[in-house]
Design a protein. Structure first.
Length: 82
């Protein structure tokens, strides 16, 4: 019975922690502080290199980024342009 009560208290405390964390994230987003990590490479640079004929793999290798980053940069450009 004691273990059951301790388990219930632990679950309740975990819920409180998650609620405080969520409130903090919401407050930071409202202030514009919680935006994620800054980009290391400009998407325009990726698009320019691909437009000149470089392969996506070579662009990723030259800029020391993942290929998926190249695909995402090209995908966002396609969505914005139409």
């Amino acid at each position: 019975m004691v273990i059951t009560i301790l388990g219930m208290v632990a679950d309740m405390e975990l819920k409180f922690i998650k609620d405080r964390q969520s409130a903090g994230i919401q407050a930071a987003k409202a202030e514009g502080v919680y935006k994620g990590r800054a980009k290391n490479v400009d998407d325009d640079e990726i698009r320019r290199r691909v437009a000149t004929g470089a392969s996506k793999a070579s662009v990723a290798r030259d800029l020391k980024i993942f290929r998926m980053t190249v695909y995402r940069a090209l995908e966002t450009f396609d969505e914005q342009s139409g």
